[in-house]
Design a protein around this ligand. Structure first.
Ligand SMILES: Cc1cc2nc3c(=O)[nH]c(=O)nc-3n(C[C@H](O)[C@H](O)[C@H](O)COP(=O)(O)O)c2cc1C
Length: 369
C-alpha cells in the first residue's frame, strides 16, 4: 500500500518537501491521544524476546531511528509511536544554522538510496535543549543526542563548539553521540584522526560529567564508512583506551565507485553522502572489523543500508547490539519497523541463541576463533 502511495504521491514531489510533509503527519498523529494509541498498537507491538539492555539503558528492542531524520527533537513521540525503540535526534550544532542551499536531498529510487548534502540544518543546541527540557514524553523511548560542529567555526575551535553543545544537551540525553563523520561540513571528517579525536572525545566526556552529576551519560562516536581499515582500527583502539561506551558504524559515504548504482548518472553525480542499500556491504564490513577489534568491550551500533529484518539480524550476528535505519524507512514507510521487529523475533526464536544478547557478534566470533 505504501509502495503505491510513494509512487503516486511522494515520488513526484521534491524529496525534502515530501520529508517535511510526512514529518508533519507523524507529529500531528502523535498529538491526538486516541489516534496515537491506535497507531502505536498497530505499528509498534512489543516483543518480550527483543528487550535489549545497551549502554546501561533498558530498551523495548534493538532497532532505532538514525540521526538526521528528527534533527530538532520535534517528533520523538511520533517516531516512537511508529515503532522505533530509540530515537537519535540531531545532528545538533552549537549555533543554529540553515544548512546548504536546496535542492540538497535526492532520491535514487532504483537503488533504494538517497544522496544528501543537508549540511546540519538545525535550530542550534540552546533551542533544542529548551525543547527537550519542555518535553512531556507520551511513549517511553530512549533518546540519543547527536552533536556536530557549527559550519562557521574553524576546525581549530571545534572542541569548544562540541563542548558548548554538550553542556546544553547532555542532561537531556540518554546517550550522547559525537558525530565526526558527516561529509557535508567541510573538515569535519578530519576530526576522526586520532590526534584530533582524542582531545575532542576527552573534552566532551569531561563536559558531560561536569554537567550531569547524578548519572553517567554514555558517550559514542559515529564514524564514516570511507575510513581506511587501519583508521577504523585506530578509532576502535582509541575508543577502548578512553573507555568510550560505543561506536556507531556508519554514516553516509562519499564513494560512488563499485557501488553498483542503477540510477541516472546525473543523480548519482550529486555531491553529498550516499545512504541506503548501496551502503550496506561497506557498513557491514566496518562493523565486523570493529567487533573483531573491540569484542564486547564497547557497544556497537550498526547502521547503513539496512533494508529488512534479515539485514538487521545479520548486523546483530556481526556484532551490533543496536541497529538503526533511515533510508529504508523513506522507501518502505510506516509498516517497516513492525516488519523488522516481527522478523527479528522470528529469527531469534529459530536460532540457537536464547537471547538477543547471545546472538550479538556470534558470526564474527566464529570467523575469528
Ligand atoms: C537526509 C539525511 C540526513 C542525515 N543527517 C544526519 C545527521 O545530521 N547526522 C548524522 O549523524 N547522520 C545523518 N545521516 C546519516 C544517517 O544517520 C545514517 O547513518 C545513514 O543514512 C546510513 O543509514 P541508512 O542507509 O539506513 O540511511 C543522514 C542521512 C540522511 C539520508
Amino acid at each position: 500500500m505504501y509502495a503505491l502511495f510513494f509512487r503516486l504521491f511522494f515520488r513526484r514531489m521534491d524529496a525534502e518537501r515530501a520529508h517535511h510533509l510526512a514529518f508533519r503527519w507523524i507529529r500531528l498523529a502523535a498529538r491526538v491521544p486516541v489516534l496515537r494509541t491506535f497507531v502505536a498498537a498497530a505499528l509498534a507491538p512489543r516483543y518480550e524476546s527483543l528487550r535489549t539492555e545497551a549502554l546501561g539503558l533498558r530498551m523495548h528492542g534493538p532497532f532505532g531511528l538514525a540521526a538526521g531524520f528528527d534533527k530538532n527533537a520535534v517528533a520523538i513521540d511520533g517516531m516512537a509511536m511508529l515503532g522505533f525503540d530509540h530515537v537519535e535526534i540531531g545532528t545538533v550544532t552549537a549555533q543554529g544554522q540553515p544548512g546548504n542551499p536546496q535542492p540538497r536531498l535526492f532520491r535514487l529510487v532504483d537503488d533504494r538510496a538517497l544522496i544528501n548534502r543537508m549540511g546540519f540544518n538545525n535550530d542550534g543546541s540552546a533551542a533544542v535543549a529548551d525543547r527537550l527540557a519542555a518535553r512531556r514524553p507520551v511513549f517511553r523511548t530512549t533518546v540519543g543526542v547527536n552533536i556536530g560542529k557549527t559550519k562557521t567555526v574553524p576546525e581549530a575551535e571545534a572542541v569548544a563548539d562540541y563542548v558548548t553543545s554538550t553542556e546544553r544537551l547532555a542532561a537531556h540525553a540518554d546517550y550522547l553521540v559525537v558525530n565526526v563523520s558527516s561529509p557535508n561540513t567541510p573538515g569535519l571528517r578530519n576530526l576522526q584522526a586520532t590526534e584530533a579525536l582524542r582531545p575532542l572525545l576527552t573534552a566532551v566526556r569531561e563536559a558531560a560529567a561536569r554537567t550531569v552529576t547524578g548519572r553517567r551519560v554514555p558517550l559514542l562516536v559515529k564514524i564514516a564508512p570511507d575510513l581506511a581499515d587501519e583508521d577504523v582500527d585506530a578509532v576502535a583502539d582509541l575508543a577502548v583506551e578512553l573507555g568510550l561506551d560505543g561506536i556507531i558504524a556508519t554514516n553516509t559515504t562519499i564513494a560512488r565507485d563499485g557501488l553498483g548504482l542503477a540510477s541516472d548518472p546525473r543523480l548519482t553525480a550529486e555531491t553529498g553522502g550516499l545512504s541506503g542499500a548501496p551502503l550496506r556491504d561497506r557498513s557491514m564490513e566496518v562493523l565486523r572489523r570493529l567487533y573483531t577489534r573491540v569484542g564486547d568491550r564497547i557497544t556497537l551500533v550498526g547502521v547503513g543500508g539496512i533494508r529488512d529484518a534479515e539485514d538487521a539480524w545479520q548486523r546483530i550476528l556481526a556484532g551490533a547490539t543496536l541497529v538503526q535505519g533511515y533510508s529504508a524507512f523513506v522507501y518502505q514507510g510506516p509498516f517497516w519497523m513492525r516488519s523488522v521487529h516481527k522478523g527479528l523475533a522470528a529469527r531469534l526464536a529459530t536460532s540457537p541463541y536464547a537471547t538477543l544478547a547471545e546472538a550479538v557478534g556470534a558470526d564474527t566470533r566464529k570467523v575469528t576463533v
